[in-house]
Design a protein around this ligand. Sequence first.
Ligand code: HEC
Length: 128
Amino acid sequence: MIRKLATLFSVLAVVAIISGVSTAEDKKENKYTTKKFMQAVKTGGLHTKVIKGEASEAETKLFAAYVKALPTNKPPKGSAESWKKLTGALAKATENHLAGKEGSAEALAKAMNCKACHTPHKVYPPKK
Ligand code: HEC
């Protein structure tokens, strides 16, 4: 009986460890994926509003959060080096724009160039 209980407890312990691991994974799940960012860009023109200075505070925050997460998101293709460069330039341009630096709107529009980033990093047709 004692031995059976001990076995049961060790099974429970393993289950607890496994479920503990999976909840940790869930928490790590990224709210700001590249896909979600792109959908906001495409359907809401999020970046255009930010560039033109027409974004609400919530929209500005959302844009900044997407931009900040971008370098840590893995692109479906292309080198890590190129991704780091493009997303880094976008982060810098966003920072300058939010700080109200001169010429920052043009710089941000350039850093948001769709094709310049899609050609090296987006898979056509997109993977589901
Ligand atoms: C810094 C890089 C970068 C820039 C700039 C960029 N994109 Fe993307 N975009 C990506 C990547 C990477 C993907 C592929 C995401 C995936 O499949 O996970 C993508 C995918 C997309 C998708 C498909 C999303 C889906 O649901 O699969 C759309 C639409 C899109 N981009 C629109 C745009 C538009 C419009 C612009 C310009 C205004 C733009 N993107 C600028 C990197 C970028």
